[in-house]
Design a protein around this ligand. Structure first.
Ligand SMILES: Nc1nc2c(ncn2[C@@H]2O[C@H](COP(=O)(O)OP(=O)(O)OP(=O)(O)O)[C@@H](O)[C@H]2O)c(=O)[nH]1
Ligand SMILES: [Mg+2]
Length: 356
């Protein structure tokens, strides 16, 4: 385990409470293999130009680093490359931001060809934004006598190299996506309805698929355990067959490079006839997580699909009945104990048939 100091920053215009975002950052850090030794926080009007956190916080962080000797510092925000570099120079410890942390987890969890390609694409796009951040200082370094010539600056070369890689990755991904598209066409022509299981990461989506379809999908108390969509067949009362697809989990402040790179995978959501929105009822942040999922669904253009809300983990926490009405059609279940699965099957069998 690497040792990390976590830095929580809440800017004035932000809604998510510091503690909530930090609790999640800690889980993200653990998932990627880092243990939080200390946490510091700051409320700011807007980011500090030089360090993102203020000068005073940077000094506090420097002395904490001297005492705790962490392997890295993780800032719970998207931070510019210049600010990261300034901070690293100042405290003498490696600094990463939330986006980089999430990309690292995705890289560790990608197994299939498609998953790996998508992560590589996201990382390349991230590098590109980082490069433009370095822009000013690098081009100054690269400028001057002897470096000008007819050639290009190092920055431009790097940019071009990354852009080329991005376009190669996209071409490869398109090929993979095409075969997936064929599969979907086949499914559609069989007129079997397809439901996409969506939800916040760690809500229990894979556990539900396993319970509904006797599947063997990896279940872990880790964030983003699932990166690749898995589709399984399941039977409803009355013998009706449907297909259920497990998908990548959503999260607050999901880096846009990821949504972009994972378009192919997330297309499963767009192509589905209905959505099963799995909610972790035991989370103290349940309602914010529901909102975060809606936001991503909106970005994907899938919010208008029929949504069945599945309040999971009722073995851990029972919710008031009002939620069933508020989120109707909705059910309370425990994917772990299989409680409520029959109710869910009944709700699913009553969904209107897809247009022919
Ligand atoms: N107590 C309890 N735990 C559950 C239940 N369903 C899932 N879990 C646990 O919650 C954790 C996450 O479950 P997963 O099925 O991997 O969740 P997921 O939504 O697929 O997560 P990602 O793929 O990481 O986004 C695991 O530790 C599961 O054992 C439930 O009904 N009750
Ligand atoms: Mg999963």
């Amino acid at each position: 385990m690497e040792k990390a100091i976590l830095v929580g920053v809440k800017l004035n215009n932000e809604k998510i409470p510091l503690e909530e975002s930090l609790a999640e950052l800690e889980q993200l850090a653990r998932t990627s293999g880092a243990e939080a030794v200390t946490v510091i926080t700051q409320n700011r009007e807007r980011p500090d130009r030089k360090y993102f956190i203020g000068q005073g916080k940077a000094e506090e962080l420097a002395s904490l680093c001297a005492v705790n000797k962490p392997d890295l510092v993780i800032i719970d925000h998207e931070v510019s490359s210049t600010q990261i570099r300034n901070l690293e120079d100042f405290i003498g410890v490696k600094v990463i931001d939330r986006t980089e942390l999430i990309l690292d987890i995705f890289a560790q969890h990608a197994h299939t060809r498609e998953g790996t390609l998508q992560v590589e694409l996201a990382q390349s796009e991230f590098q590109l934004t980082r490069l433009s951040g370095h822009g000013v200082s690098l081009s100054r370094l690269g400028g001057g006598i002897g470096t000008r010539g007819p050639g290009e600056t190092k920055l431009e070369m790097d940019r071009r190299r990354i852009r080329k890689k991005i376009s190669q990755l996209k071409t490869e991904l398109e090929a993979v996506a095409k075969s997936r598209h064929l599969l979907r066409e086949k499914r559609r022509s069989s007129r079997i309805r397809v439901g996409a299981i969506v939800g916040y990461t760690n809500a229990g989506k894979s556990t539900l698929l396993n319970a509904m379809a006797k599947a063997q999908v990896l279940v872990e108390d880790k964030l983003f355990a699932t990166l690749d969509p898995v589709t399984k067949r399941t039977y409803l009362p009355g013998g009706q067959v449907i297909l259920l697809t497990d998908t990548v989990g959503f999260i607050q402040k999901l880096p846009h490079q990821l949504i972009d790179a994972f378009k192919a995978t997330l297309e499963e959501v767009n192509e589905a006839d209905f959505l099963l929105h799995v909610v972790d009822s035991s989370s103290p942040y349940m309602e914010d997580q529901i909102e975060a999922v809606y936001k991503v669904l909106e970005e994907l253009g899938a919010i208008a699909k029929p949504i069945v809300t599945v309040f999971n983990k009722m073995d851990l926490k029972e919710l008031p009945k009002k939620y069933l009405k508020q989120y109707s059609p909705a059910v309370f279940i425990s994917a772990a104990t299989r409680e409520g699965l029959d109710d869910l099957s009944i709700v699913l069998s009553k969904l209107p048939a897809p247009p022919a």
